[in-house]
Write a protein that binds this ligand. Structure first.
Ligand code: ZN
Length: 80
């Protein structure tokens, strides 16, 4: 199938669904860890708050939620 990378928006072929291309794997991990750390410190933050705190786009954070890396609960979300 053809997947679209959530970081560089490039389309790439992949056997299983993935939202990160080979080139962005390290970056993906890095941002994931940052979000996780932030949520450990501020457990009930919403996506906007995390985005502002980390200086990344809220839309990118929501992609992580879509991928199932984090769970949204009543407008806030926490790590699994
Ligand atoms: Zn990419």
């Amino acid at each position: 199938m053809l997947c679209t990378c959530k970081h560089c928006n490039k389309s790439f072929p992949s056997r299983t669904y993935t939202s990160t291309c080979e080139n962005c794997k390290a970056l993906d991990r890095e941002i994931y860890e940052k979000i996780k750390d932030y949520l450990d410190k501020y457990p009930n933050s919403n996506a906007i708050r995390v985005a502002e705190g980390l200086g990344i786009k809220a839309s990118l954070i929501l992609k992580y939620v879509e991928d199932g890396d984090f769970v949204l609960k009543k407008g806030t979300f926490e790590s699994l």
